[in-house]
Design a binder for this molecule. Structure first.
Ligand code: BES
Ligand code: ZN
Ligand code: ZN
Length: 485
């Protein structure tokens, strides 16, 4: 449940209010007693984060922009203040709030509100609720004073997108096989006016998508391949941008079975697919003037009686042969087919998003998305800027040809693992063989699912990559680079 978000003219005293104070420290017009004003000012002088006063308004919570912070750091500080505000609202059971502000920096109020909104997420569908459940609190409505309509709509759309991705990641295999995943994507995306086509096992076989077919061989459920299309009349680009997401609904590792402590979170292995689908929803809702497609191959990876085996040689959609030396390196196989399929649309840029390697996760933990690619540097720097602003930061890895040489097979064109070293990079290099378009690969293995709550990122699915790509695509649509043609 997403709180209802709307705009109001002014705050009334029969509600709770959150007040963001700008760097000048001046309080906006609010009904406060002299002693309350002094109290708030004293707390500000003492650098307190979140100050709660409780008289004329049901609850009045104050936050001040930190003097020393600017740009991305200031925004993130305010998102985190938003989390504390949400905790206060929960503590005092305040279901509706108005947010107002003094003389704040541009973007500051958005960040504070975003922190509150993103904190409201809960995955409770399998809980039989009791009144004792301390988590039961629901924030019902957030009213922004004098906010413009576009901003409110943007918030709604972005929150829906992020929560969709979180929900999909949290959903277990028992309730989300490839077909169920594909149909949930189709339903969600069609709701935003997107074209969605889902290829079935027969079509996938007819197309000879050898990677997706091989990974699916051990499964009891058929694979799917979803094509999501946003093609607005006013698009500023002729060649589409294409997003590709890894949709492994559960990764047991296959015959290279994952051991205990490595297998438990593998319902999250479709996070890349969930994120790109969510981004498609967002850009369609926002009516971005950009042609964008998303391709989502989906299956589980498990050791059934027909499962593909280490040593197998498979032929991919683009005709390349691959020696499968580890069935747990399955993501790259299904993504490879999707990347080659993308070629037929002659894309200007292809971005893959995937929980692809333990290597990315152990290198960056949950603090950064591993990024790499051969696309123009301008794209990567725009992406990096978007990452800083969304605070879904990317760490750019080298993409040298020498890493690609680690994938030479003795008996086929390529092997699917590059050895112990540089695993995130060799995985990206593997993918590069399957597209002729400018390419960026984002490995979200460390950020898609987290084991402890981290401010406004809940434990479990985080929706990693959604806000990053949403901002990036908005930048492209607004002509921030002339690369998009
Ligand atoms: N889905 C995993 C990667 C992963 C690990 C995601 C941890 C999230 C958290 C992927 O399919 C995988 O198993 N990769 C192997 C590749 C190896 C066999 C070359 C890995 O990284 O260990
Ligand atoms: Zn795997
Ligand atoms: Zn995997």
């Amino acid at each position: 449940m997403i709180p209802n978000i709307n705009s109001i003219q002014q705050v009334s005293t029969d509600q709770s209010v959150v007040c963001l104070i700008g760097k000048d420290g001046l309080l906006p017009e609010l009904k406060l007693s002299v002693s309350e004003k002094e109290y708030v000012k004293r707390c500000i002088a003492d650098n307190e984060d979140v100050i709660t006063v409780n008289s004329y308004y049901k609850l009045a919570i104050f936050v001040k922009e930190k003097d020393k912070l600017e740009g991305p750091e200031l925004f993130e500080d305010l998102r985190i203040a938003g989390v504390k505000i949400y905790d206060e609202l929960k503590r005092y059971k305040q279901k509706s709030i108005a947010i107002t502000s003094g003389n704040t920096s541009t973007g500051a109020l958005d960040a504070l509100s975003e922190g509150i909104i993103l904190s409201t997420y809960r995955f409770a569908k399998y809980k039989t609720e009791t009144d004792k459940d301390s988590d039961k609190f629901l924030l019902e409505s957030i009213a922004l004073v004098n906010a413009d309509k576009e901003l409110i709509e943007r918030f709604k759309d972005l929150t829906e997108a992020v929560f969709f991705a979180r929900d999909r990641v949290n959903e277990p295999l028992s309730h989300l096989n490839a077909e169920a995943f594909a149909s949930s994507i189709a339903d969600f995306c069609k709701g935003a006016g997107l074209g969605v086509e889902t290829l079935t096992r027969k079509q996938i076989e007819a197309l000879k998508m050898g990677g997706l077919i091989a990974v699916n061989k051990g499964s009891v459920d058929p694979p799917t391949f979803s094509i999501i299309d946003w093609n607005p009349d006013n698009a500023i680009n002729k060649k589409p941008l294409i997003l590709v997401g890894k949709g492994v609904v559960f990764d047991t590792g296959g015959l290279n079975l994952k051991p205990t402590n490595y297998i438990e979170d593998m319902k999250a292995d479709m996070a890349g697919a969930a994120a790109v689908s969510a981004v498609m929803y967002y850009i369609a809702k926002r009516k971005l003037p950009l042609k964008v497609k998303a391709l989502v191959p989906a299956t589980d990876n498990r050791p059934g009686k027909d499962a593909y085996a280490p040593g197998d040689v498979i032929t991919m959609y683009n005709g390349l042969s691959v020696e499968v030396l580890n069935t747990d390196a399955e993501g790259r196989l299904i993504l490879a087919d999707a990347l080659s399929y993308a070629d037929k649309f002659d894309p200007s840029l292809v971005i893959s998003m995937a929980t692809l390697t333990g290597s990315a996760s152990s290198t960056f933990g949950n603090k950064a998305i591993a990024a790499m690619g051969n696309a123009d540097k301008e794209y990567l720097s725009l992406l990096s800027e978007a990452g800083d602003l969304a605070y879904e930061r990317i760490a750019i890895l080298p993409f040298w040809k020498e890493y690609g040489e680690m994938l030479k097979s003795d008996i086929a064109d390529l092997k699917n693992i590059g050895g112990k070293a540089a695993g995130a990079i060799t995985a990206g290099k593997f993918l590069e063989n399957f597209t002729t378009a400018p390419f960026i690969h984002l490995d979200i293995a460390g950020t898609a699912m987290i084991s402890e709550k981290d401010h406004y990122r809940p434990k479990g699915g985080t929706g990693s990559g959604v806000r990053l790509l949403a901002l990036f695509l908005e930048d492209l649509a607004s002509g921030k680079t002339n690369k998009v043609k």
